[in-house]
Design a binder for this molecule. Structure first.
Ligand code: PEP
Ligand code: MN
Length: 339
């Protein structure tokens, strides 16, 4: 339920209304816009009497939100959310573009430090790297685990770049204390127990869309984390599985404008896992920037042919530099077109 508050309503009266709603075991989310204040009510709102609330002199109207995602819903929070990352409070969303780059997996100190330095020089704003890797085969490289996180932290100390890395098991959370953004990979998008645990943290969570999940299901995963109290969510479109085999997945770029309509959360795109082919990364990264993505997450490796994971889709540092430049140009053009 959404309660639209009259513009001239006294703050004290608005607070009284909020307290009254919360006293009935419901949660509220207040959104203060320039012209209207909206109180989003979350929980079983059937116990509230619409007529009683509509009749209050500070209330302009009441609307019901039929979508099952409430906290993530733009109706509850009309303005774009801006997520702050790391000690430097790097902003993501509402025009703040995140350019996340790095290897699929952290392989060695030399590798992660050299990639971190080169992507930073090319304009990356965050460093990615998998320490716990979700691999289809149990015989493939599973990541350096805790040591991988240590190496990412070292790269962060060297470059100042905030780090993004994937969690697969809530029991590993203590290892993620100094990680800036915790990634939930496509395969864990509906690991609800993991999402609930992440809802109890205050870290930014990057949730990737599952291989065969709808946009609505992605929003419900965000809702799991948000309902636990952590509203720092960044969504990521990374391609879905279709009948097409020319690319690793099919990049559903229409998810970007659709999500921007449905939710206030920032939406980034992963053209690397979406295509699986390094030469397709640049055109899809440019397309993502053109359709309004709030960022990109791109795999970059110092020696792709010898990468332990996802070499075929990894860019060399100089290729990433070229992509970063093209993305900046597209963003500038898109800004002009959108006014
Ligand atoms: C990754 O980003 O390393 C990854 C495994 O991606 P996804 O979960 O999208 O497959
Ligand atoms: Mn990968």
């Amino acid at each position: 339920m959404i309660i639209i508050v009259k513009q001239d309503a006294k703050e004290e009266r608005v607070q009284d209304l909020i307290h009254w709603i919360e006293s009935q075991n419901l949660r509220t989310h207040v959104s203060n816009g320039d012209y209207t204040t909206i109180i989003g009510v979350i929980g079983d709102t059937t116990k509230l009497d619409d007529d009683l609330i509509t009749g209050l002199d500070i209330v302009q109207g009441v609307k019901h939100v039929s979508e099952p995602y409430k906290s993530a819903n733009r109706k509850f929070h009309p303005l774009d959310s801006v997520i702050e990352v790391g000690e430097q409070k790097l902003k993501v969303g509402h025009g703040n573009f995140a350019l996340i780059a790095g290897p699929c997996s952290v392989e060695s100190e030399e590798q992660i430090i050299s990639v971190a330095k080169s992507v930073k020089a090319a304009g990356a704003t965050m460093l990615r790297g998998g320490a716990f890797k979700p691999r289809t085969s149990p015989y493939d490289f599973q990541g350096l685990k805790a040591d991988g996180i240590e190496l990412l932290l070292e790269a962060k100390r060297e470059t100042g770049l905030p780090i993004v890395t994937e969690i697969m098991n809530a029991n590993h959370l203590p290892l993620f204390e100094d990680v800036d953004v915790i990634q939930v990979g496509a395969r864990n998008m509906q690991n609800f127990e993991l999402l609930k645990e992440l809802g109890r943290t205050n870290k930014p969570i990057l949730i990737k869309r599952g291989l065969a999940n709808t946009i609505k299901e992605l929003l419900m995963s965000a809702e799991y984390v948000m309902s636990g109290g952590n509203e720092n969510i960044i969504l990521c479109e990374r391609g879905v599985r279709t009948f097409e085999t020319a690319t690793r997945n099919t990049l559903d770029l229409s998810a970007v404008p659709v999500l921007h309509e449905l939710t206030h959360l920032p939406v980034i795109v992963d053209p690397s896992h979406a295509t699986g082919v390094a030469r397709y990364v640049k055109p899809m990264a440019m397309a993502a920037a053109a359709c309004g993505a709030d960022g990109l997450i791109i795999e970059v490796h110092n020696d792709p042919p010898h990468a332990k994971c996802d070499g075929a889709q990894s860019l060399r540092p100089e290729q990433f530099e070229d992509v970063a430049k093209a993305v900046r140009a597209v963003r500038a053009a898109a800004l002009e077109c959108n006014g």
